[in-house]
Design a protein around this ligand. Structure first.
Ligand code: ZN
Length: 821
């Protein structure tokens, strides 16, 4: 699973679960569910999808094996709104459970269905029964029914979402990851629609009335949360990896956009197969786009993705969709679908690997700098999340499994080296193929593959929280030709116990090897040392001439924060010479603190215009924004014609901060002539900042400019929210039905004191259009409380027509306003 990647989107990504665990490895095993049977196969027949009542008819035939003697009843998970019509013994291919065809007694308790077998069966014996039901769903719970409601790019459709435990809301099953089964989805869908599901297509029959029945067979076992159906009118674009079908299902109107977006998929499959030593394990790979999706979901052999297909010119802005989303969900086909976490407290095994693997793909495709680029972004996400709440990787409902998982695996790869790392990964996948695993199983796989017990690594990086914060000082002694570094670990174990009494610990000492590189006029000297104490002293010998730079952790092999005061000349040398991106970004951050230092400005200016990798140029440009005009303007102007759109956007953004007529002119030129929407979005902000007299006109012009993911409109909305310009309320209100952002801006203006903006927002809670009501709710739950410094609201109303909600909202606002007075 991957949520939409943008800070703006974070407020719509749902509330984090509450943690209820501690850091002990053994405690994570506690979260594995027990049950007394083993699911073997489910045949799931669904039909009569009804978009008005959000319902369907289902018939599910379950085959299972008893895991205890005398099994007389089977407890299944089945949503309380599934109306069970009949439960009969046997089903389809014959008897089981001691006789075929007879009605079985059942009992219902909430989301549980108990099926009483005709007679008790023995340990290892097989039972089969068939449940027929009318399944009503709360829209969005297990199944999402989408109606166009007059909106463009939104065909009528249904999609399922199982993870974590929502599939039982549309078919009875065992809804926990520790029981794998095979399954078959037989779906009858309306005329003009198709159904995409897991496994291979066994048959596809069109009836006289135009309805179609498609039969998909998932014949290798996987977890029940990965059962998927998508029902929609879709075009299929066909590709292959070796002989395996690779299909892209998109709306008909998106047909021409599909291949440019998805075309790296076979190469990614090939790369992952080679790296892991395990060939892509499933019968086919389908990627299907749907509306209102939260990002992507790795349903086995049938990934579901959001319907945001970039146009040709959007690729210069490196869309997140192709950079992370596609390779992330594909990686899950091995990590998550082939080997599955045994319980949700070890979910980082799924998500950490899925987030790690794209960096490995891009490394092979684009080289080592792209690899470092990928993990630098993960690092920035990780430190932000860790700052908000520090939690370990292996824990229930932990908040940091994506970036921290990726970074810890990258660190493990650097520690072990490529051969030993991939041999360990192969061992893990082979030993737990088509089965479950826990965090300790991965440690065991490394031990089995390399002979090295990394219990200490698991303890500090996976079972405990936090990461090392180094404070380093270096001293050169010419008489002994030595550089002496004192490295202190200053991280504090300051986590508080949560409401359930759980307290996560941060190690006082992280134990890791580190490499020091000292540059001199006569060449580099390196030394390797073991960090084992709160304060370590490292002596680098044979430094015959004064250092020109000192690099702590050459190659950035440790996930860390670094404080290391150095002369500008050392930093400038490192910026020119160190290939590593994290290290160069760290250097740029140091130099950015020295706006009065001409040497710092010169070093940044040179990097801004001539560094070999675009991200370094962009970072140097960002740093120059705080330097005097005389230093910054020339390199920023040069950067506005850089070949990289990211660099141009950084330059325009920095110019907006710098101000002045030249900056304003450059921003205007970018607005009228740049080919990138991201650059033009930056230009909107820069123009509004440098040309305040025309701000309103600029914002209105930008609101009317369509762009991929609304990049330009978002820049305009941000400007309205930041400036608090209530004269633009009508223009924002006019867009309330076009995009979700308009309502968030109304919330922001409301939080700044505009009662008219608040009134309009409240009015949209009763909007005739359900999607506008939903957007208004989002704005109320997230943006408004955030802008007013209040905790986000878990719920306001139900998303339907709700007269009571207006009153509730009015009460809430009164309460907040009273509190802030
Ligand atoms: Zn994922």
């Amino acid at each position: 699973m991957r949520l939409i990647h943008a800070l703006l989107a974070a407020c719509w990504a749902g509330a984090p679960l509450t943690a209820q665990t501690n850091t002990e490895r053994i405690a994570n095993d506690h979260y594995t569910r027990s049950h007394d049977y083993d699911l073997i196969h489910q045949r799931i027949e669904v039909s009569n999808f009804d978009w008005d009542s959000t319902s369907l008819d289902g018939r599910v035939t379950t085959t299972l094996v008893a895991r205890r003697p005398g099994l007389d009843s089977v407890i299944l998970d089945a949503g309380a709104k599934l109306q069970i019509r009949t439960v009969t013994a046997g089903g389809g291919g014959g008897g089981g459970g001691g006789g075929g065809g007879g009605n079985l007694r059942t009992a219902r308790h909430g989301d549980t269905l108990v099926v009483f077998l005709p007679k008790a069966i023995g340990f290892g014996d097989t039972a089969r029964f068939r449940v027929t039901y009318h399944g009503v769903v709360t829209n969005g719970g297990g199944l999402t029914f989408i109606n166009p409601e007059g909106r463009a790019h939104r065909p009528r459709q249904v999609w399922s979402q199982g993870e974590d435990d929502n599939n039982h809301l549309w078919f009875p099953t065992y809804d926990f990851p520790n029981d794998k089964m095979t399954w078959e989805v037989v779906a009858t869908v309306p005329k003009g629609m198709t159904c995409v599901s897991n496994g291979r297509l066994v048959s596809d029959v069109t009836a006289k009335d135009g309805s179609r029945t498609l039969d998909w067979l998932q014949d290798k076992p996987s977890a029940t949360y990965l059962v998927s159906i998508i029902v929609a009118p879709l075009a299929r674009i066909h590709d292959t990896w070796r002989t395996t079908p690779v299909d892209y299902y998109v709306y008909h109107e998106d047909s021409a956009l599909a291949r440019p977006l998805f075309k790296p998929t076979p190469d990614m499959i090939d790369t992952y197969s080679r790296l892991t030593g395990v060939n892509y394990p499933w019968a086919k790979y389908a990627q299907t786009t749907v509306a209102d999706f939260f990002g992507g979901m790795e349903n086995v052999s049938a990934t579901t993705l959001v319907d945001w297909l970039p146009r040709a010119r959007d690729y210069q802005d490196r869309p997140w969709y192709q950079w992370i989303l596609i390779p992330h969900e594909l990686a899950h086909q091995w990590f998550g679908d082939y080997v599955t976490t045994e319980n949700w407290a070890n979910m980082w095994l799924n998500e950490g690997f899925a987030e790690f693997m794209p960096g490995q793909y891009w490394a092979r495709r684009l080289g080592g700098r792209a690899e470092e680029d990928y993990y630098l972004d993960e690092y920035n996400q990780f430190t932000q999340i860790d700052h908000d709440r520090r939690m370990p990787l292996a824990a229930l409902a932990t908040n940091n499994i994506y970036p921290k998982g990726a970074l810890v695996l990258q660190m493990l790869k650097q520690y072990l080296g490529e051969q030993r790392f991939w041999a360990s990964v192969n061992r893990y996948l082979v030993d737990h193929a088509l089965d479950n695993a826990t965090t300790d199983d991965l440690r065991q796989a490394v031990l089995d593959a390399t002979g090295e017990n990394l219990d200490w690594f698991w303890d500090q990086w996976i079972y405990q929280a936090g990461y090392p914060e180094f404070s380093v000082a270096a001293r050169y002694d010419s008489s002994t030709s030595t550089v002496t570094l004192v490295a202190q670990q200053v991280q504090q174990d300051s986590s508080k116990a949560d409401s359930s009494g759980v307290r996560y610990t941060t190690p006082a000492v992280f134990r890791m090897p580190v490499t020091i590189r000292v540059g001199t006029a006569a060449g580099d000297v390196t030394a390797r040392a073991q960090l084992t104490r709160r304060q370590d002293t490292i002596v680098v010998r044979d430094v015959k001439t004064a250092p020109t730079m000192v690099v702590f952790d050459d190659g950035n092999a440790i996930l860390k924060q670094l404080s290391f005061e150095q002369p500008t000349t050392w930093l400038a040398t490192q910026l020119q010479r160190d290939p590593n991106l994290w290290n160069r970004h760290w250097v740029i951050a140091q130099l950015s603190q020295r706006p009065g230092d001409a040497a710092a400005g010169a070093a940044l200016a040179q990097a801004a215009t001539s560094a070999d990798y675009f991200l370094v140029r962009a970072a140097a440009i960002g740093a120059l924004a705080t330097f005097p005009q005389a230093v910054a303007l020339a390199p920023l102007e040069a950067a506005t014609t850089d070949t990289s759109a990211q660099v141009r956007a950084a330059a325009i953004e920095a110019l907006g901060g710098l101000g002045g007529s030249q900056a304003a002119a450059l921003a205007r030129r970018a607005w009228t002539s740049d080919s990138s929407d991201v650059v033009r979005a930056a230009a909107v902000t820069a123009m509004a900042l440098t040309d305040t007299a025309n701000r309103r006109a600029i914002v209105l012009q930008a609101l009317a400019r369509p762009a991929y993911r609304d990049a330009i409109q978002i820049a305009a909305y941000r400007m309205i929210a930041a400036s608090g310009d209530t004269a633009l309320i009508d223009s924002v209100e006019a867009r309330a039905g076009q995009d979700r952002f308009a309502l968030h801006v109304l919330a922001a203006l409301g939080a700044r004191g505009s009662s008219r903006a608040l009134d309009l927002l409240v009015k949209h809670l009763d909007d005739d259009r359900s999607y506008v009501r939903r957007w208004a709710l989002e704005a109320f739950r997230f943006s408004l409380p955030r802008a007013m410094g209040q905790p986000r609201l878990q719920s306001v109303g139900s998303g339907l027509k709700f007269p009571d909600t207006r009153q509730a909202v009015a009460d809430l606002l009164r309460q907040w306003q009273a509190g802030s007075n």
